[in-house]
Each structure stands twice: as structure tokens, then as C-alpha cells.
Write a protein that binds this ligand. Sequence first.
Ligand code: DHE
Length: 503
Amino acid sequence: MSLNTPLFAELPAAEPIYQEHCSVCHGKNRLGITGPALLPENLRRLRKKKAFATIAEGRAATQMLPFSDKLNSEQIQELVDYIFTPLAETPVWGEKEILASHVTYPVESQSGKPVFEADPLNLFLVVESGDHHVTVLDGDKFEPIHRFASRFALHGGPKYNSTGRFVYFTSRDGWISKFDMYQLKMTAEIRVGINARNSAISSDDRFLIVGNYMPNTLVILDASDLSLVKIIPAVDSKGESSRISAVYDARPRKSFIAALKDSPEVWEISYADPPPAGFGTWVHDYRKESGEATTEQFPIRRIKLDAVLDDFFFDQEYVHILSASRKGEGQVVDLDLGRKVADLAIPGMPHLSSGITWKRGEQTLLATPNLKESAVTIVDMKSWKPIKKIPTLGSGFFMRSHENSPYAWVDVFFGKDKDAMHVIDKQSLEIVKTLRPAPGKTSAHVEFTRDGRYALVSIWEMDGALVIYDAKTLEEVKRIPMKKPVGKYNVYNKITRSAGTSH
Ligand code: DHE
């Protein structure tokens, strides 16, 4: 089935309205692009009444705009009915489709030497969603050294392997791309789903795992050439199929942690060889060629909870996950004990995947922005209690710091102060400065250089920029034009898993 072929024999009344207003984000056939797939299977947790309100009023913390100024109530209702109508054909994206999409590109040189002079550990990748490109930036000179086209709508942080030589990108519509940072060349690509969530690389650099919204699967790839290793259907202990909220690598545990979006379950998927005890039944198989016994790869340990996890965050030891759900049910889960150990009382919608931690005397603190409340919440990671709420000029999306910096930065992503960027003192927990790098324009997403001396801020506009600040004096040092630079990722900070950045 071609993704561009209409799937209805007879077009419903809402079809032209959908194509005009919705298809650019949700796909011509509702299979999702930057916006989620709009199919009854994907909308199980959304009531029709809520869907009407979402179309009319937009959705906080997403790119979903309000349409009540463009469409009347009747048209909105037609759209609601349309998106709750199943497609004539269920879209399939299984082994056959994944294998058929796999491409490897010839690599001219395997040389272990970069083709440029810059420090390979102080490079930044800047994802420019304005025109779907990625810039490789020298983090010492702050000069772009390469720019290349990416798949449409990359989302989430690119994942570097342990040396920082290779990086993996995930697009909203399920494409995974592997890029060689030394040769500045794409080496392989594969489409693992119709709507992917995010990906993680194993700490031994052998496997990449991708969590999907559609179909309901986790897909494991060989990290060397992106060939397909295993498809794991996301089916909960009651036999119900679920989307995947997110999947991350828990490096000291040699496992991936995945959360189910439609079921209160977290999975620990081991890539240790052999897997440790407690991972369900080990299935012994025999390799056809050698007759040698093998243990089933990637066994799953299920942790059953009371509430669904939409978003989560690890402590630096990878023993606890701190989670939030869209309904505001926060919880702390102990991965060793395999159960919830505390409630996490953070109101609103904490954006935990961009939370950060730091030391303050004996305390380790977690700070998280909030997508619904105008505040940063600070949590003590021993008692799991919020110790301070720092009021901000609006709700924020991303938070960042660095071990060598006394400050934590948070954006004001929503509202009239979307051009503001707060700088918080990590010891006094007070805002010490509010920067406005480009008045009137959204400023967001900070990342530090490997030594923490400079902080790079994005101006999220088509004619946007990276604004580089001295992280101590908070003075601007340079401005580089970019096309809506949504995120930037420093190689060293990522591969050393700095507590000040996302993992
Ligand atoms: Fe993201 C990371 C979820 C909307 C830009 N976002 C992530 C991650 C998750 C997530 C789970 C961590 C993935 C990883 O790095 O492995 N994002 C969600 C949502 O649930 C939400 C609210 C709704 C949705 O549509 O999925 C959402 N995100 C957005 C946007 O609208 C943003 C602002 C624009 C866009 O490009 O889609 C956006 N998300 C980002 C960025 C990161 C991200 C730039 C990487 C942050 C980082 O520094 O690591």
C-alpha cells in the first residue's frame, strides 16, 4: 500500500477539510507525520468530546493549533467523526515493510580520523526543523563545518554511540538514520514504523531500539548497519496491545527501559548476554547452522503499576525512574524492587524527559520544567518531595545545566514571554537573570559546550539563530543564523551522560 494513496472508496464530507487543515501535520492518510496518526486505534484514550475541544482550542504543549477561528462547529464535528472512523485498510508496518525500506550507503573510507580539524568530542549537532536539515557545529570556534538534509520531522535527541563517532536520528514517521560523524556521511537508513516515538542505543553499541506509536511495537536493530534484529509486539500482561510512550537505555543495567502508553506497565528489556535472573522464561533455541544452544535475546521483565507513564526520567544511578502522566499522576519506581516506591507530587505536566539533576550540599536535586504551570519544580531525590517551586514567566519545555556551571537555564516556551530565558542559581534556587536573546521571538532549548564555558540558545523561528552566551558572565559572544534550530546536542556531554543534559 502506498502511503499517499487515499484509502476510502467513497470520500466522506470531512475529507477536503482534513486535507486542507490537518494533512500537513497528520499525513494525507492520517498515518501521522509531525502530528500523531489520527486513527481510532491511536485515539483510544481520547473521547470524542475531548477531540472536538482539541481541534477547536488546540493542545497545550504541542504544535496543535486552535482551529475555531477557521472552522465552524459543524465542520469540527465532521472532522471528529472522520478521525474516529477506521481506515478501510489497516496500515501494516511489519517485517516485510521494514526489511524493504532498509538502505545502506557505500562508505568510501573507514578511516578512524575525522575529515575535519575540530575536536570531535566538542561538536554539536543542531537539528534545524525549519527546512529539515542538520548542522554539524564546531563547538570551539562556533562555526558550522557541515550541513545535510534529514528525514522529515526529526524528534527527540539524536543518540550517539559510546565514542561519539556514530549518531542515530529518529523521525516522527519512523525513519532511523545512522550518520558517521568522522566521514560526515549517512551510512544506513530504515523505516521501522508509521509513527515512531524515540530510540535508544545499548551501552555496548550493539543495538538500537525504537519505540513506536504505530504499529504498537518495539523494534531492535543491529547498530552497525541498522539491519532488523527483532520486532517485539507491545502487548501488556492482559493481552492488550499498547503504544510505547518512550524507551531509554539504562547503561549500568545493560537493559532498555520502555513504558507502555495505554497500559500501566514498564518493561525492562535485557541486552546482557546471558540475561540476568528474573527476566521471565529463558527460551533455549538452536542455531540452525551450528546446532549451538542460544538463549532468547532481549527477554522482558514486566513491572506492573497503577498509573500509566507518559514521560520519565532516571536518577544518575539508573535505579529509580521518576514518571509523570498527562493526568498528573507522578510516581517513583524502583527498578531493582520492581515496584512503585513513592508518589511524585508535581502538579501540572512536568516535562521530565528534559529534567536535570545537581548537587546542593548533601542533597541531589531534580529540576523539571512544566508544560502546564508557570514554574520550575525542584525535588529532593532522597525524600522525593518537592522542596521549591520557582515561579517563571510562563510554562517551559527544556531545562539545562552543566557540572561546571553554577546556573540552570530554562525557557519560557508558551505565552507572551516566549522570548524569555531564565537563568537560575543552582544553590540559592532563585532566578538571577532573565535574558531575551531576540525580543518577540521564541527562545528555547539550551546546550553547553563540553567544558561548560558557553551556553547555546535557539531562536525557534524560520529566520532563527543560535545565540552563544558566556555561561559565567551571561554576555552574548556570537550569533549564528539557523532555520528553526529545535535542538542541539553536544557529543561529549551526551556520551558522558552529564547530569545537566538529557540522556
Ligand atoms: Fe518532544 C524530546 C515527547 C512535543 C521537541 N519529546 C522528547 C522526548 C520525548 C518527547 C519522550 C525524549 C525522546 C528522546 O530524546 O529520546 N514531545 C513529546 C511529547 O509527548 C510531546 C509533548 C507531544 C508529541 O507530539 O509527541 C512532544 N517535542 C514536542 C514538540 O512539539 C517539540 C517542541 C517540537 C518538535 O520538534 O516536535 C518537541 N522533543 C523535542 C526536542 C526533544 C524532544 C527538541 C529533544 C530534547 C533533548 O534535548 O534531548
